[in-house]
Design a binder for this molecule. Structure first.
Ligand code: SF4
Length: 372
């Protein structure tokens, strides 16, 4: 780990602000507000998700839950459909818990300091600082993935950024950059500018240094080591798991199971899941349809820490009475699937089966195939 001390800290923030005002993003739906609720929601949604994907989710979420009080009063199962498909569902559960804590302890307002904000569920130090910077203009540094990339390259900071020593150096440097800036620093523009630089110029792979306002003092640019920074994490092979799922259809309804919290899809609806073919057979016998299930094309879903091979099976079973469902199960009307909280791979399976314009029986394959 090393630090390039050459660049003048004091000019960094002003350069970023000047660039942001000329070239940064100004028309995203969560910009132009100082409402910490809206800022918080966007920051949480953007943590693992691209801006283009977030925009629709953000607007739908806000139209249903326009403020902290509305979100706090909702049931978790009312919230999950508005997150379904965004992934990393703990974010939605924490968002809901956090709203309840704000309602209970903070009169439906956000606390005034980033340190207090960071004590709330699902809000880390960087998100807390971003909320405070955008909502209150607080002079506190952020350190998200984009900023790590800009700072490691600009200051020549080597070392895996998740290692404690490197992370501390990054935070200290970011805080020094804020402290060295003039008292008149526009914190919202500076914070947004760092994010914009990381997503528009200092991108992964080949950064667009020609457009970057920091290039005159950037360690990576001067030394031609943009590709080596940030220091890559040692690669670890992702473990692979496999399961089978059963789409049971009776007339125009599908049997779904509510996933328990805090499981990986906690609060969402999924298909009945089995470990092997004998369990599928047993389930079909229980439905009075031994051997009637048909295998569909398989798919691979990649989670952050493992890969899941899903082999879906389909069972048409119109003799089943849809008034009867096991504990945690429900027969959901096919026409209600678009508004049901489904994880992305389950939606993919069901969308493939039940195109709203064509309710014909699906096509089947003899062998499972990974579709990515
Ligand atoms: S000059 Fe290039 S490497 Fe340096 S901060 Fe700008 S975009 Fe990143």
């Amino acid at each position: 780990m090393s630090l390039n001390k050459t660049p003048a800290l004091s000019s960094l923030a002003c350069t970023v602000v000047y660039w942001q005002k000329q070239h940064g993003r100004h028309h995203l739906p969560w910009q132009g507000t100082q409402d910490p609720y809206r800022i918080w929601l966007s920051e949480i949604m953007l943590q693992q998700t691209q801006v283009a994907t977030v925009i629709g989710y953000y607007e739908r979420f806000l139209s249903r839950f326009p403020d902290i009080a509305t979100l706090a009063q909702a049931q978790q199962e009312d919230v999950m459909p508005y997150w379904a498909g965004l992934g990393y569902y703990a974010r939605a559960r924490n968002l809901h818990r956090c709203a309840q804590e704000l309602a209970t302890n903070w009169d439906c307002r956000f606390p005034p300091t980033p340190e207090q904000i960071a004590t709330l569920p699902g809000i880390g130090r960087s998100t807390a600082a971003a909320i405070a910077a955008f909502a209150y203009g607080t002079r506190s540094a952020i350190m998200d993935g984009n900023v790590k990339r800009v700072f490691t390259r600009y200051f020549g900071i080597y070392g895996v950024t998740s290692q404690r020593e490197t992370e501390k150096l990054l935070w200290d440097t970011a805080q020094s950059a804020v402290e060295a800036a003039p008292a008149s620093l526009d914190m919202a523009a500076y914070t947004q500018g760092l994010m914009d630089l990381g997503s528009q110029c200092c991108i992964r792979g080949r950064p667009d240094c020609a457009r970057c306002p920091l290039k005159a003092n950037c360690y990576a640019y001067i030394h031609g080591v943009q590709q080596q920074l940030p220091t890559p994490k040692p690669r670890k092979a992702s473990p692979e798991r496999a399961c089978k799922m059963l789409v049971v259809r009776s007339h125009d309804r599908i049997l779904l199971e509510k996933q328990v919290s805090p499981g990986i899809w906690g609060g969402l609806w999924s298909l009945p899941r089995y470990d092997d073919a004998s369990e599928i057979d047993a389930a079909c016998r229980n439905f009075g349809q031994a051997g009637a299930a048909q295998k569909m094309a398989g798919l691979l879903h990649v989670f952050s820490h493992f890969k899941l091979h899903i082999e879906p099976w389909y069972l048409q079973c119109d003799t089943l009475r849809v008034t009867e469902a096991g504990q945690g199960q429900a027969w959901i009307a096919i026409e209600d699937l678009p508004s049901t909280a489904l994880p992305a791979p389950i939606r993919k399976i069901l969308d493939g089966l039940f195109n709203p314009h064509d309710r014909a029986l699906p096509e089947f394959t003899d062998a499972p195939a990974d579709t990515g």
